[in-house]
Design a protein around this ligand. Structure first.
Ligand code: ADP
Ligand code: MG
Length: 377
Protein backbone atom coordinates (compact mmCIF):
# COMPACT_ATOMS: atom_id res chain seq x y z
CA UNK A 1 0.00 0.00 0.00
CA UNK A 2 1.12 3.50 -0.75
CA UNK A 3 2.48 5.16 2.36
CA UNK A 4 0.79 8.51 1.99
CA UNK A 5 0.28 10.81 4.93
CA UNK A 6 -2.76 13.05 4.88
CA UNK A 7 -2.26 16.81 4.91
CA UNK A 8 -3.50 18.09 8.24
CA UNK A 9 -5.20 21.49 8.24
CA UNK A 10 -5.89 22.72 11.77
CA UNK A 11 -8.22 25.73 12.00
CA UNK A 12 -7.73 27.78 15.16
CA UNK A 13 -8.41 31.20 16.62
CA UNK A 14 -7.38 33.13 19.70
CA UNK A 15 -10.95 34.18 20.44
CA UNK A 16 -14.22 32.23 20.08
CA UNK A 17 -17.03 33.00 17.68
CA UNK A 18 -14.83 34.22 14.85
CA UNK A 19 -15.98 31.68 12.24
CA UNK A 20 -13.69 28.64 12.63
CA UNK A 21 -16.54 26.19 12.28
CA UNK A 22 -18.09 28.03 9.34
CA UNK A 23 -14.72 28.02 7.59
CA UNK A 24 -13.75 24.43 8.52
CA UNK A 25 -17.03 22.97 7.31
CA UNK A 26 -17.19 24.88 4.05
CA UNK A 27 -13.48 24.42 3.35
CA UNK A 28 -13.99 20.68 3.78
CA UNK A 29 -16.82 20.72 1.23
CA UNK A 30 -14.85 22.91 -1.16
CA UNK A 31 -11.82 20.59 -1.10
CA UNK A 32 -14.13 17.59 -1.53
CA UNK A 33 -15.71 19.33 -4.53
CA UNK A 34 -12.21 19.56 -6.03
CA UNK A 35 -12.10 15.78 -5.91
CA UNK A 36 -10.01 15.48 -2.76
CA UNK A 37 -10.77 12.91 -0.12
CA UNK A 38 -11.49 14.91 3.03
CA UNK A 39 -12.19 14.10 6.67
CA UNK A 40 -13.49 16.90 8.88
CA UNK A 41 -12.91 16.47 12.62
CA UNK A 42 -14.56 18.33 15.46
CA UNK A 43 -11.82 18.94 18.04
CA UNK A 44 -13.47 21.83 19.85
CA UNK A 45 -13.50 20.38 23.35
CA UNK A 46 -15.44 23.32 24.72
CA UNK A 47 -18.10 23.71 22.05
CA UNK A 48 -18.30 20.90 19.54
CA UNK A 49 -20.98 21.77 16.98
CA UNK A 50 -20.07 20.42 13.55
CA UNK A 51 -22.81 17.80 13.90
CA UNK A 52 -25.47 20.56 13.93
CA UNK A 53 -24.16 21.89 10.61
CA UNK A 54 -24.39 18.32 9.30
CA UNK A 55 -28.07 18.05 10.24
CA UNK A 56 -27.76 16.07 13.50
CA UNK A 57 -29.79 17.43 16.43
CA UNK A 58 -27.99 15.12 18.89
CA UNK A 59 -24.25 14.58 18.62
CA UNK A 60 -23.40 11.06 17.45
CA UNK A 61 -20.55 9.18 19.17
CA UNK A 62 -17.29 10.87 18.30
CA UNK A 63 -14.01 12.11 19.73
CA UNK A 64 -15.09 11.99 23.41
CA UNK A 65 -16.20 8.40 23.14
CA UNK A 66 -13.06 7.49 21.20
CA UNK A 67 -10.86 8.97 23.95
CA UNK A 68 -12.76 7.29 26.78
CA UNK A 69 -12.83 3.78 25.31
CA UNK A 70 -9.87 1.47 25.55
CA UNK A 71 -8.57 0.14 22.24
CA UNK A 72 -10.92 2.36 20.25
CA UNK A 73 -10.13 2.96 16.60
CA UNK A 74 -10.70 6.36 15.01
CA UNK A 75 -11.90 5.00 11.62
CA UNK A 76 -14.89 3.43 13.44
CA UNK A 77 -16.14 6.94 14.22
CA UNK A 78 -16.12 8.20 10.64
CA UNK A 79 -19.56 9.30 9.42
CA UNK A 80 -20.59 9.88 5.85
CA UNK A 81 -22.07 13.10 4.47
CA UNK A 82 -24.09 13.85 1.36
CA UNK A 83 -20.78 14.38 -0.47
CA UNK A 84 -19.02 11.14 -1.41
CA UNK A 85 -15.55 12.67 -0.94
CA UNK A 86 -16.30 14.10 2.50
CA UNK A 87 -16.76 12.36 5.81
CA UNK A 88 -16.60 13.67 9.36
CA UNK A 89 -15.85 12.69 12.91
CA UNK A 90 -18.16 14.39 15.34
CA UNK A 91 -17.58 15.91 18.73
CA UNK A 92 -19.88 14.47 21.37
CA UNK A 93 -21.24 15.01 24.87
CA UNK A 94 -18.39 12.97 26.42
CA UNK A 95 -15.93 15.58 25.21
CA UNK A 96 -17.05 18.17 27.73
CA UNK A 97 -16.04 15.92 30.64
CA UNK A 98 -12.51 15.60 29.33
CA UNK A 99 -11.83 19.26 28.61
CA UNK A 100 -8.27 18.59 29.77
CA UNK A 101 -7.26 15.49 27.94
CA UNK A 102 -4.30 13.53 29.25
CA UNK A 103 -1.00 13.27 27.43
CA UNK A 104 -1.71 9.59 26.72
CA UNK A 105 -5.12 10.38 25.25
CA UNK A 106 -3.62 13.11 23.10
CA UNK A 107 -0.90 10.79 21.85
CA UNK A 108 -3.43 8.10 20.94
CA UNK A 109 -5.60 10.59 19.07
CA UNK A 110 -2.73 12.26 17.21
CA UNK A 111 -1.12 9.03 16.06
CA UNK A 112 -4.45 7.75 14.75
CA UNK A 113 -5.19 11.03 12.95
CA UNK A 114 -2.00 10.60 10.93
CA UNK A 115 -3.09 7.11 9.90
CA UNK A 116 -6.51 8.08 8.58
CA UNK A 117 -7.02 7.47 4.90
CA UNK A 118 -7.58 10.91 3.34
CA UNK A 119 -5.94 13.62 1.26
CA UNK A 120 -6.88 16.33 3.75
CA UNK A 121 -7.92 16.24 7.38
CA UNK A 122 -9.44 19.45 8.64
CA UNK A 123 -9.37 19.98 12.40
CA UNK A 124 -11.94 22.42 13.78
CA UNK A 125 -10.24 23.44 17.03
CA UNK A 126 -11.40 25.22 20.18
CA UNK A 127 -10.56 28.87 20.76
CA UNK A 128 -7.61 30.09 22.80
CA UNK A 129 -4.06 29.16 23.64
CA UNK A 130 -4.56 26.08 25.83
CA UNK A 131 -2.45 23.05 24.95
CA UNK A 132 -5.64 21.26 23.87
CA UNK A 133 -5.69 23.68 20.99
CA UNK A 134 -2.01 24.40 20.51
CA UNK A 135 -0.87 20.77 20.39
CA UNK A 136 -3.22 20.15 17.47
CA UNK A 137 -2.43 23.46 15.80
CA UNK A 138 1.27 22.55 15.62
CA UNK A 139 0.56 19.21 13.95
CA UNK A 140 0.99 21.21 10.77
CA UNK A 141 3.44 23.98 10.01
CA UNK A 142 0.70 25.59 7.93
CA UNK A 143 -2.31 25.79 10.24
CA UNK A 144 -5.03 28.32 9.55
CA UNK A 145 -5.62 31.14 12.02
CA UNK A 146 -8.98 32.87 11.82
CA UNK A 147 -9.32 36.37 13.23
CA UNK A 148 -11.87 39.12 13.08
CA UNK A 149 -10.74 42.62 12.17
CA UNK A 150 -10.72 43.91 15.73
CA UNK A 151 -7.78 44.45 18.05
CA UNK A 152 -8.67 41.85 20.71
CA UNK A 153 -9.15 39.15 18.09
CA UNK A 154 -5.82 40.02 16.48
CA UNK A 155 -3.93 40.10 19.80
CA UNK A 156 -5.46 36.79 20.89
CA UNK A 157 -4.46 35.24 17.59
CA UNK A 158 -0.96 36.55 18.16
CA UNK A 159 -0.88 34.95 21.65
CA UNK A 160 -1.93 31.63 20.17
CA UNK A 161 0.82 31.85 17.61
CA UNK A 162 3.40 32.74 20.22
CA UNK A 163 2.39 29.83 22.47
CA UNK A 164 2.55 27.57 19.42
CA UNK A 165 6.13 28.51 18.59
CA UNK A 166 7.35 27.99 22.14
CA UNK A 167 5.40 24.76 22.51
CA UNK A 168 6.75 23.44 19.21
CA UNK A 169 10.31 24.10 20.33
CA UNK A 170 9.66 22.71 23.82
CA UNK A 171 8.23 19.44 22.52
CA UNK A 172 11.11 19.08 20.08
CA UNK A 173 13.94 19.73 22.52
CA UNK A 174 12.62 18.82 25.96
CA UNK A 175 14.68 15.63 26.03
CA UNK A 176 17.90 17.68 25.98
CA UNK A 177 18.59 18.53 29.65
CA UNK A 178 19.96 22.06 29.14
CA UNK A 179 17.03 22.86 26.87
CA UNK A 180 14.56 21.57 29.40
CA UNK A 181 16.00 23.94 32.03
CA UNK A 182 15.79 26.81 29.59
CA UNK A 183 12.16 26.12 28.77
CA UNK A 184 11.19 25.56 32.39
CA UNK A 185 12.60 28.95 33.19
CA UNK A 186 10.62 30.45 30.32
CA UNK A 187 7.42 28.73 31.41
CA UNK A 188 7.91 29.92 35.00
CA UNK A 189 8.30 33.47 33.77
CA UNK A 190 5.19 33.10 31.66
CA UNK A 191 2.81 35.76 30.43
CA UNK A 192 4.08 39.15 29.49
CA UNK A 193 7.57 38.62 30.91
CA UNK A 194 8.21 35.68 28.63
CA UNK A 195 10.99 35.94 26.08
CA UNK A 196 10.69 36.89 22.49
CA UNK A 197 11.48 34.09 20.07
CA UNK A 198 14.66 35.85 18.96
CA UNK A 199 15.82 35.98 22.59
CA UNK A 200 15.01 32.32 23.11
CA UNK A 201 16.95 31.41 19.98
CA UNK A 202 19.89 33.45 21.23
CA UNK A 203 19.83 31.56 24.53
CA UNK A 204 19.65 28.24 22.74
CA UNK A 205 22.61 29.33 20.66
CA UNK A 206 24.59 30.06 23.83
CA UNK A 207 23.81 26.64 25.26
CA UNK A 208 24.07 24.54 22.13
CA UNK A 209 24.88 25.86 18.64
CA UNK A 210 23.77 22.60 17.01
CA UNK A 211 20.37 22.75 18.67
CA UNK A 212 20.15 26.40 17.72
CA UNK A 213 20.35 25.47 14.05
CA UNK A 214 17.51 23.02 14.36
CA UNK A 215 15.45 25.36 16.49
CA UNK A 216 15.95 28.14 14.00
CA UNK A 217 14.93 25.78 11.23
CA UNK A 218 11.72 24.83 13.04
CA UNK A 219 10.82 28.46 13.54
CA UNK A 220 11.53 29.24 9.89
CA UNK A 221 9.45 26.27 8.85
CA UNK A 222 6.36 27.55 10.62
CA UNK A 223 4.21 29.13 8.00
CA UNK A 224 0.75 29.71 9.43
CA UNK A 225 -1.98 31.05 7.18
CA UNK A 226 -4.36 33.84 8.06
CA UNK A 227 -8.04 34.31 7.26
CA UNK A 228 -9.74 37.54 8.23
CA UNK A 229 -13.46 36.91 8.72
CA UNK A 230 -16.48 39.19 9.17
CA UNK A 231 -14.86 42.18 7.57
CA UNK A 232 -17.12 45.14 6.87
CA UNK A 233 -14.83 47.15 4.61
CA UNK A 234 -11.71 46.58 2.52
CA UNK A 235 -9.76 48.70 5.02
CA UNK A 236 -10.18 45.82 7.50
CA UNK A 237 -7.32 44.26 5.62
CA UNK A 238 -5.06 46.54 7.65
CA UNK A 239 -5.92 44.53 10.78
CA UNK A 240 -4.53 41.49 9.02
CA UNK A 241 -1.40 43.47 8.24
CA UNK A 242 -1.07 44.21 11.95
CA UNK A 243 -0.85 40.60 13.00
CA UNK A 244 1.51 39.84 10.14
CA UNK A 245 3.84 42.62 11.20
CA UNK A 246 3.74 41.70 14.89
CA UNK A 247 4.39 38.03 14.14
CA UNK A 248 7.28 38.94 11.90
CA UNK A 249 8.85 41.31 14.43
CA UNK A 250 8.32 39.33 17.62
CA UNK A 251 8.16 35.71 16.55
CA UNK A 252 10.32 35.65 13.41
CA UNK A 253 7.28 34.16 11.68
CA UNK A 254 5.94 35.15 8.30
CA UNK A 255 2.22 34.65 8.03
CA UNK A 256 0.60 34.36 4.67
CA UNK A 257 -2.84 35.65 3.75
CA UNK A 258 -5.20 32.92 2.73
CA UNK A 259 -8.48 34.77 2.60
CA UNK A 260 -10.64 37.73 3.46
CA UNK A 261 -14.34 37.18 4.15
CA UNK A 262 -17.03 39.79 4.60
CA UNK A 263 -19.75 39.73 7.21
CA UNK A 264 -22.64 38.11 5.37
CA UNK A 265 -26.25 37.89 6.56
CA UNK A 266 -26.84 34.78 4.45
CA UNK A 267 -24.55 32.86 6.79
CA UNK A 268 -27.29 32.88 9.44
CA UNK A 269 -29.88 31.45 7.06
CA UNK A 270 -27.59 28.50 6.41
CA UNK A 271 -27.14 27.93 10.17
CA UNK A 272 -30.93 28.01 10.64
CA UNK A 273 -31.32 25.45 7.86
CA UNK A 274 -28.71 23.22 9.55
CA UNK A 275 -26.99 22.95 6.23
CA UNK A 276 -23.55 24.25 5.25
CA UNK A 277 -23.44 27.12 2.75
CA UNK A 278 -21.72 24.70 0.39
CA UNK A 279 -24.97 22.73 0.22
CA UNK A 280 -27.72 25.28 0.84
CA UNK A 281 -26.26 28.16 -1.17
CA UNK A 282 -23.14 27.24 -3.18
CA UNK A 283 -23.24 30.42 -5.25
CA UNK A 284 -23.10 32.51 -2.07
CA UNK A 285 -20.21 35.00 -1.96
CA UNK A 286 -18.83 33.74 1.38
CA UNK A 287 -18.79 30.16 0.16
CA UNK A 288 -17.15 31.27 -3.08
CA UNK A 289 -14.41 33.02 -1.09
CA UNK A 290 -13.85 29.86 0.96
CA UNK A 291 -13.77 27.84 -2.27
CA UNK A 292 -10.96 30.12 -3.46
CA UNK A 293 -9.06 29.28 -0.26
CA UNK A 294 -9.58 25.58 -1.02
CA UNK A 295 -8.25 26.09 -4.51
CA UNK A 296 -5.15 27.84 -3.13
CA UNK A 297 -4.58 25.01 -0.65
CA UNK A 298 -4.98 22.32 -3.28
CA UNK A 299 -2.57 24.20 -5.56
CA UNK A 300 0.16 24.45 -2.96
CA UNK A 301 2.73 21.83 -3.70
CA UNK A 302 3.92 21.22 -0.23
CA UNK A 303 1.41 22.73 2.12
CA UNK A 304 2.77 20.66 4.91
CA UNK A 305 6.40 19.78 5.23
CA UNK A 306 7.10 16.84 7.43
CA UNK A 307 8.08 18.19 10.80
CA UNK A 308 10.92 15.74 11.14
CA UNK A 309 12.59 16.44 7.87
CA UNK A 310 15.13 19.13 8.48
CA UNK A 311 17.88 18.02 6.10
CA UNK A 312 17.76 21.32 4.29
CA UNK A 313 18.44 23.26 7.44
CA UNK A 314 22.04 23.20 6.24
CA UNK A 315 20.93 25.96 3.93
CA UNK A 316 20.72 28.33 6.80
CA UNK A 317 24.27 27.52 7.90
CA UNK A 318 25.43 30.52 5.94
CA UNK A 319 23.33 32.70 8.10
CA UNK A 320 24.59 31.45 11.42
CA UNK A 321 27.67 33.61 11.24
CA UNK A 322 25.48 36.65 11.24
CA UNK A 323 24.24 37.61 14.61
CA UNK A 324 20.51 37.37 15.06
CA UNK A 325 19.21 40.77 14.15
CA UNK A 326 17.85 42.46 17.21
CA UNK A 327 14.38 43.06 15.96
CA UNK A 328 12.99 44.79 18.94
CA UNK A 329 13.93 48.41 19.06
CA UNK A 330 14.26 50.75 22.02
CA UNK A 331 10.56 50.26 22.72
CA UNK A 332 11.17 46.88 24.29
CA UNK A 333 13.28 48.50 27.00
CA UNK A 334 10.24 50.49 28.00
CA UNK A 335 8.32 47.24 28.34
CA UNK A 336 11.17 45.64 30.31
CA UNK A 337 10.99 48.52 32.77
CA UNK A 338 7.23 48.01 32.99
CA UNK A 339 6.70 51.54 31.70
CA UNK A 340 4.36 50.23 29.03
CA UNK A 341 2.40 47.00 28.70
CA UNK A 342 3.12 44.43 26.06
CA UNK A 343 -0.11 45.48 24.34
CA UNK A 344 1.11 49.06 24.15
CA UNK A 345 4.41 47.78 22.82
CA UNK A 346 2.68 45.76 20.16
CA UNK A 347 0.57 48.78 19.18
CA UNK A 348 3.66 51.00 19.06
CA UNK A 349 5.65 48.67 16.90
CA UNK A 350 2.67 48.09 14.67
CA UNK A 351 2.12 51.80 14.17
CA UNK A 352 5.78 52.26 13.46
CA UNK A 353 5.80 49.44 10.95
CA UNK A 354 2.61 50.68 9.38
CA UNK A 355 4.09 54.13 8.98
CA UNK A 356 7.20 52.62 7.43
CA UNK A 357 5.02 50.68 5.03
CA UNK A 358 3.12 53.80 4.02
CA UNK A 359 6.38 55.67 3.63
CA UNK A 360 7.75 52.93 1.40
CA UNK A 361 4.59 53.03 -0.71
CA UNK A 362 4.86 56.79 -1.01
CA UNK A 363 8.51 56.57 -2.08
CA UNK A 364 7.60 53.92 -4.63
CA UNK A 365 4.84 56.03 -6.08
CA UNK A 366 7.18 59.05 -6.18
CA UNK A 367 9.76 56.91 -8.00
CA UNK A 368 7.14 55.90 -10.56
CA UNK A 369 6.13 59.52 -11.09
CA UNK A 370 9.79 60.50 -11.56
CA UNK A 371 10.27 57.68 -14.08
CA UNK A 372 7.24 58.80 -16.07
CA UNK A 373 8.41 62.37 -15.88
CA UNK A 374 11.78 61.22 -17.20
CA UNK A 375 10.10 59.42 -20.12
CA UNK A 376 8.10 62.50 -21.04
CA UNK A 377 11.10 64.82 -20.88
N1 ADP B 1 -18.65 35.87 7.47
C1 ADP B 1 -19.66 35.80 8.37
N2 ADP B 1 -20.74 36.60 8.24
C2 ADP B 1 -21.76 36.54 9.12
N3 ADP B 1 -21.80 35.71 10.18
C3 ADP B 1 -20.76 34.88 10.36
C4 ADP B 1 -19.63 34.88 9.47
N4 ADP B 1 -18.76 33.96 9.92
C5 ADP B 1 -19.31 33.41 11.02
N5 ADP B 1 -20.49 33.96 11.30
C6 ADP B 1 -21.38 33.66 12.44
O1 ADP B 1 -20.67 33.88 13.63
C7 ADP B 1 -20.99 32.90 14.60
C8 ADP B 1 -19.71 32.18 15.03
O2 ADP B 1 -19.22 31.41 13.94
P1 ADP B 1 -18.54 30.00 14.19
O3 ADP B 1 -18.12 29.46 12.88
O4 ADP B 1 -19.41 29.14 15.03
O5 ADP B 1 -17.29 30.50 15.04
P2 ADP B 1 -16.24 29.64 15.92
O6 ADP B 1 -16.27 28.25 15.43
O7 ADP B 1 -14.94 30.33 15.68
O8 ADP B 1 -16.68 29.77 17.34
C9 ADP B 1 -21.99 31.98 13.95
O9 ADP B 1 -23.29 32.37 14.34
C10 ADP B 1 -21.77 32.19 12.48
O10 ADP B 1 -22.93 31.96 11.76
MG1 MG C 1 -16.68 26.43 16.42
Amino acid sequence: MEDKQPVIIPVASGKGGVGKTLISVNLAYALANLGKKVILMDLDFGGANIHTCMGYSVAPDGIGNFLNQRNSKLPNYILSTGNKNLSFISGDAEMVGIANITAAQKKKLISQIFHLDADYIILDLGAGSSYNTVDFFILSSCGILVAMPELTSILNAYSLLKTSVFRRLFLEFKSIPEMKDLFNEQIKKGGEDAWKVSELLQMIKNVSPATFLKARYFVNEMSPKLIINMATSPSDLEMGEKIRKISHSFLNIDMEYLGFLYRDKNVHDSINKRQPLAVSNPTNQTYQSIAKVAYKIASLNKLQKSSHDYEDYEEILDEITEDLPSKISGYSELADENLISINDLVALVTNQEYENLMLKKEIESLKKQLLQYGKKA
